[in-house]
Design a protein around this ligand. Structure first.
Ligand SMILES: CC(=O)SCCNC(=O)CCNC(=O)[C@H](O)C(C)(C)COP(=O)(O)OP(=O)(O)OC[C@H]1O[C@@H](n2cnc3c(N)ncnc32)[C@H](O)[C@@H]1OP(=O)(O)O
Length: 419
């Protein structure tokens, strides 16, 4: 199928074939995407493995006449994202790459505009992405909605306040990893607005490291005293002990559904004889780890840096999908040249279990653009801060404060899954 967008023909591909033999178009698309991202040279095996992770997803490509390899790529799929009090369907967008010889001619714009238009037609309320660069996506209506911090733990200085260990640890082998981890991640993600669900294929990439990281990975699960699994951690060796006498471990994923599982997974990471440092590049901005230790200086943080970018495609559906801690009725005017979020919208939260949102002729209390609305949606940024920068116009007195109270999330938005 071809669709003209900005003068370019955007072709849509449905990945097919099996893990052993992806179809030719998908294989060519994967090689073009890898080149745009300066990735490792694809091998037949790595192409087949990647193709298997794309089953059921949408690929887009732009092709020069007579060329079988695309000059631009985009991949997207239907995801679920946690929001305060529930979840919302999201168009997850990734792999936007343009051939080095074809940049700055509108190709990113062509593939992304086409993808967002299809998601909007399908009724998907929001689009979400994580980005390689910070200045690309605001022009397309995306705003930063979650942040992350990198942490570094000196495990030899880490003394836990609570005695332990408690519960039971067990090694999760690659064959059984997805079955053990998926239900835990699904429970854990509901505690954090902005957390995305995982595709079935993503577990293979997580436990194997995918095409970018061939070093061994280890997965450990934790169960409580009743035997109920409550969390897991996946880590690898970032620096071997043989060079410095003390290895550095990198956490690739840590999902805890209870405070006890969180504490015991960190205790496990601190118990490995040959390691002196544990790093985690995608920790939450309010990571509780220092509060577990007698000396909080054992943990150092960098950041925050931006993680998840959101773009509302259907404002009433997105606003009605989340819950609000106070009852109010507030009118937002949204400027959006692309049209998806444009309008004046009344948000009525007087019914706490069924907030209503829809178009209105009433005077607006606040006004902003679509990207700012994307940043506000999960409650990760205070509207009063945005009002101080001119990103939000406060049109009735005190409206930014009312909006802050309305949008306040039950916990800090966090998405630990870069995609
Ligand atoms: C969700 C993700 O997949 S994030 C991954 C992004 N991809 C990469 O980092 C891979 C390497 N880079 C690339 O492949 C390309 O340079 C891309 C995808 C970043 C940009 O593709 P291009 O086709 O050159 O972008 P395009 O010409 O459509 O530009 C669209 C707009 O973005 C702007 N833009 C493009 N690249 C950049 C940049 N690196 N920094 C700031 N602005 C940029 C353009 O100026 C243009 O702005 P305007 O329309 O407001 O005038």
């Amino acid at each position: 199928m071809t669709v003209p967008a900005g003068g370019w023909q955007v072709h849509r591909l449905v990945p097919s074939g099996t893990e052993g033999a992806p179809d030719a178009d998908t294989a060519t698309w994967i090689r073009a995407m890898a080149a745009a991202f300066l990735g490792p040279r694809p091998t037949p095996e790595s192409v087949a493995t990647q193709a298997a992770t794309m089953a059921g997803q949408r690929l887009r490509g732009v092709y020069e006449p007579g060329d079988t390899a695309p000059v631009a790529t985009l991949r997207s799929w239907d995801a679920r994202m946690s929001v305060p009090g529930g979840e919302v369907a999201a168009d997850a967008v990734t792999s936007i790459g343009v051939r080095a010889t074809h940049r700055r001619r509108g190709l990113l714009r062509a593939v992304l505009v086409d993808d967002l238009a299809e998601a909007a037609r399908a009724g998907t309320p929001v689009a979400a992405l994580t980005s390689t660069q910070g200045s690309l996506y605001e022009r397309f209506g995306f705003g930063v909605a979650t942040w992350t911090r990198a942490l570094r733990l000196d495990t030899r200085a880490a003394v836990f306040r609570d005695p332990g260990p408690t519960g039971r640890l067990r090694t999760l082998d690659p064959a059984g990893f997805a079955a053990a981890a998926a239900p835990l991640q699904d429970r854990a993600r509901r505690r954090h607005p902005g957390a995305m669900d995982r595709s079935a294929a993503s577990w293979t990439t997580l436990i194997s490291g995918g095409v970018y990281d061939s070093s061994p990975r280890y997965a450990v699960g934790w169960s409580d005293a009743t035997g109920r699994p409550a969390g897991y951690v996946v880590y690898g060796v970032a620096e071997g002990w043989w060079s410095t006498g003390s290895a550095t471990l990198a956490v690739h994923d840590l999902q805890a559904t209870t405070p006890e599982s969180y504490r015991e997974l960190w205790r496990h990471l601190c118990s490995l004889d040959l390691a002196g440092t544990v790093t985690w590049s995608e920790a939450s901005v309010d990571e509780p780890l220092p509060w577990l230790l007698t000396d909080p200086r054992a943990v150092r943080f960098d950041g925050p840096r931006e993680m998840l970018w959101l773009r509302l495609l259907d404002v009433p559906a997105a606003l009605a999908a989340r819950r609000y801690p106070v009852a109010d009725r507030l009118v937002l005017r949204v400027h959006d040249p692309a049209g998806h979020a444009a309008g004046t919208w009344a948000l009525d939260t007087t019914d706490p279990v069924a907030p209503a949102a829809g178009p209105t002729d009433a005077e607006a209390d606040v006004a902003c653009d679509a990207a700012t609305l994307g940043s506000l949606y999960l409650g990760g940024v205070d509207p009063r801060v945005l009002a101080r920068t001119g990103r939000l116009d406060e049109l009735t007195a005190g409206a930014a404060g009312r909006l802050a109270r309305l949008l306040a999330p039950p916990s800090v938005p966090w998405n630990g899954t870069r995609f």
